[in-house]
Design a binder for this molecule. Structure first.
Ligand code: C2O
Length: 535
């Protein structure tokens, strides 16, 4: 195991896309930011120095940070922001994980431009459990706004309505030639005929689940969220914000150039966002005699594709990489996901859109929850988050107008150390049904079941996959449907859980778990680092 150090200078830089130039927040002046490389077992020291006029914090999405939430990064959950002119060193030990993850700003909407890949190679001398690729490449999908993103958000909050959609989707920060002034902002991957490539695909978009495909080439999925899967081949993949997917691609075609493309999956009735990002797969030494064609991407609202793609995902579950699914459950949780409308004194119409879990809209605290927990500071949060909704209702029935108002609170759920938890997330038709990518910090979970309509504890649990369910850190809760997740609460600390659509996070679609310490100090939260930013 090695010690690797990185310096992240947060600085504002002018970047132009789509014929617009604007200052954006970056790490080291790069957009997307630098890739962090490590091997399983390594320790990373990432010193973040904030030169920008914004508060900053960086989250290492998917890294478990065992007993060390201090390095997790979500502002006001595990740390206070790094203020202008200040530094903080994230001290991260990578235990039992290898694959593709990513890092991003975890404060306001700054992850719009502050994000990058994390590549964790297997331990020295250990290969992949699949065909060794000739080369690999990162494909980081994102969004671009012509306007200042913080301004877009403020305007949205004032109206109490969703803010403007982004102006483009991007591949490695580049929208591709379908957009104005973007010919030179096109990502190109050069390949050699006959070779196999590993693509590490990351969805860093703020608000869109995305389909991705390459014309003329199949994608073989081999890993999701840094967990190996049973390989399967698909023409396109679906990837939600927060998720990562590794695919193998065989460069086995004869023309010189092929388009790769990403565009949203949105089956909520309000969807209109269909801006397609494109990049180029370029064969070395083959002349470009024909115009490349676009890949066939599933339609914007192709729910059937989404469901069937997700159903194909299975943990590899070998002796070396077992799927240790909890078979017995100590604690059953059932959370409804709802959109709604709350009163608002500063909004134009006096009301604003909101979002909730079990009808509770999360209120961000003023100091870090992990500090409050560690130092036993009273009055910052409560641990009375309900295990299930107060009154069950027909969650996915006809549009529900009752219950649109929610209760506000910084309410968390407390989990006993090493207890096994089943969490069912149920989408509801409060206002509208919609797909929600949920992310849990500090853990992977097993997706033991999923379905459309209302979850039926008896019938649905009988059909769970407890053998090789996909293991991941972010899961799309299907539109008007549910997912059942299981995990063992073996990582003490305070761990955020939220919808990874930034819009919904802002509206309060979030909560956190307090996982208690184990019996001794080896199973307890580590002491905070001395440079942890003060509030
Ligand atoms: Cu990738 Cu809390 O986020």
């Amino acid at each position: 195991a090695a010690l690797k150090t990185y310096q992240f200078d947060v600085q504002v830089k002018n970047v132009s896309r789509l014929c617009h130039s604007k200052p954006i927040v970056t790490v080291n002046g790069m957009f997307p930011g630098p890739t962090v490389y490590a091997r399983e077992g390594d320790t990373l020291l990432v010193n973040v120095t904030n030169h920008a006029q914004y508060n900053m914090s960086i989250h290492w999405h998917g890294l478990k940070q065992y007993r060390n939430g201090w390095a997790d990064g979500p502002a006001y959950i595990t740390q206070c922001p790094i203020k202008t002119g200040h530094s903080y060193t994230y001290n991260i030990t990578i235990t039992g994980q290898r694959g593709t993850l990513w890092w991003h700003a975890h404060i306001f909407w700054l992850r719009a431009t502050v994000y990058g890949a994390i590549v964790i190679l297997p331990k020295q001398g250990t290969g992949f459990p699949f065909l060794q690729p000739y080369k690999e490449a990162n494909i980081v999908l994102g969004e671009w706004w012509n306007n200042d993103v913080e301004e877009v958000v403020k305007q949205g909050n004032k109206l109490g309505m969703p803010p403007n959609m982004s102006d483009a989707h991007t591949i490695n920060g580049k929208p591709g030639p379908l957009f104005p002034c973007s010919e030179k902002h096109t990502y190109a991957l050069e390949v050699e005929q006959g070779k196999t490539y590993l693509l590490r695909i990351i969805n860093a978009a703020l608000n869109d689940e995305l389909f991705f495909a390459i014309a003329g080439h199949n994608l073989t999925v081999v890993e999701i969220d840094a967990v190996y899967t049973k390989p399967f081949t698909s023409q396109a993949i679906l990837i939600a914000p927060g998720q990562t997917t590794n695919v193998l691609v065989q460069a086995n075609q004869a023309a010189g150039r092929y388009f790769m493309a990403a565009r949203p999956f949105m089956d909520a009735p309000v969807s209109i966002d269909n801006k397609t990002a494109t990049g180029i797969l370029q064969y070395k030494g083959i002349p470009n005699t024909v115009q490349p064609v676009l890949p066939q991407l599933p339609a914007l609202n192709n729910t059937a594709f989404a469901l069937s793609f997700n159903a194909k995902l299975r943990s590899l579950n070998t002796a070396q990489f077992p799927a240790s699914v909890p078979l017995k459950v100590d604690r059953h949780l059932f959370y409804t996901i709802g959109l709604g409308i709350n009163q608002c004194t500063t909004c134009l119409n006096g009301t604003q859109l909101t979002a909730s879990l079990n009808n509770i809209t999360f209120v961000m605290p003023k100091i870090g929850l992990l500090q409050a927990h560690y130092f036993n500071t009273k009055g910052v949060f409560t641990t009375d988050f309900p295990d299930r909704p107060a009154t069950p209702f027909n969650y996915t029935g006809a549009p529900l107008t009752a219950n649109l108002g929610t209760k506000l609170g910084t309410r968390l759920s407390k989990l006993a150390f090493n207890s096994t938890v089943e969490l069912v997330l149920q989408d509801t038709n409060l206002l509208t049904v919609e797909s929600h990518p949920f992310h849990l910090h500090g853990y992977n979970f097993f997706v033991v079941g999923t379905g459309v309509g209302n979850f039926d504890p008896k019938k649905d649990s009988a059909k769970y996959n407890l053998v090789d369910p996909p293991e991941r850190n972010t899961i799309g809760v299907p539109t008007g449907g549910w997912v059942a997740l299981r995990f063992r609460a073996d990582n003490p600390g305070v761990w955020f859980m939220h919808c990874h659509l930034e819009l919904h996070t802002s509206w309060g679609l979030k909560t956190a778990f307090v996982v208690e310490n184990g019996k001794d100090s080896d199973h307890s939260v580590l002491p905070p680092p001395t440079d942890l930013p003060p509030c």
